[in-house]
Design a protein. Structure first.
Length: 255
């Protein structure tokens, strides 16, 4: 993560711009950072909270449509997992990786790797359950970040947490452009038993525990740096499309 000090002429912190997704660095952008800062969504400080959260980067998929190795495919010159880790660390006090591949696979990132529970092969819910069971003392909320979803609003965690607490719910999930994103979500420690029961009955749908927990939908309307939030990168074509969109935004920012 690159740290920069100062305020741009639009009143946004350059630090916030760089923490967002480090677009200027990863796309080799060398123009004025002040102009680029204007197109990066800043965290909504009015919704911020002091409640600690653990970020869980979901990197356990087989990535068949991508041809394997999805987490390490590059978007704008940086790996998907590296980009998602940056976004998670900008919003969560701690971040871990969900995968059954082992610590050595992700050694470059220096993060704890959490295996699926109760066993591998349970799909994303197994990863979420593993993350919930790994919550450290004093942290009650887990936030999930899919590795194939690199464009994330910087106020996602704060808004999901506010929505869950306002609704008295143990989970909340993101939505954009009439599409729900169940894996961009927040889960309370108490959700673990609900997920465990569903997995025990061979119900692996992520939507299942969200429905059981009456999780509120949180609609994110704004783009992130001119890009559609929660865009999934599942295929080589998706990868090319996101790279092209990033290049266009950088070009526009320098005009």
């Amino acid at each position: 993560m690159i740290a920069r000090a100062g305020i741009c002429h639009y009143g946004k912190t350059i630090d916030a711009c760089c923490q967002a997704l480090d677009y200027d660095e990863v796309i080799k952008f060398r123009g004025p950072i002040q102009r680029f800062a204007d197109i990066v969504t800043k965290p909504d400080q009015s919704r911020s909270t002091n409640i600690p959260t653990l970020g869980l980067v979901l990197a356990g998929g087989e990535a068949r449509r991508m041809g394997g190795n999805k987490a390490f495919r590059e978007v704008g010159g940086k790996s998907l997992i590296g980009r998602v880790i940056d976004v998670a660390q900008a919003q969560c006090e701690q971040v871990v990786i969900s995968s059954n591949a082992g610590v050595e696979t992700f050694a470059d990132y220096g993060l704890t790797v959490v295996a699926d529970q109760p066993a591998p092969g349970q799909g994303p819910l197994g990863g979420i359950l593993g993350g919930l069971l790994a919550l450290p003392e004093g942290v009650e909320w887990l936030v999930t970040f899919p590795v194939d979803c690199p464009i994330v609003p910087l106020d996602m965690v704060a808004r999901l947490l506010v929505a869950a607490e306002d609704a008295g719910a143990k989970a909340a999930f993101a939505s954009h452009a009439d599409r729900d994103h169940y894996l961009s979500s927040i889960w309370h420690r108490d959700a673990a038993s609900v997920i465990a029961d569903l997995l025990a009955s061979d119900d692996r749908r992520v939507r299942g525990p969200l429905q059981a927990l009456d999780a509120p939908r949180v609609v994110f309307e704004d783009k992130v740096a001119g890009l559609e939030p929660f865009t999934n990168v599942n295929t080589p074509d998706d990868l090319r499309s996101v790279n092209l969109a990033l290049e266009k935004q950088v070009a526009l920012s320098t005009q």
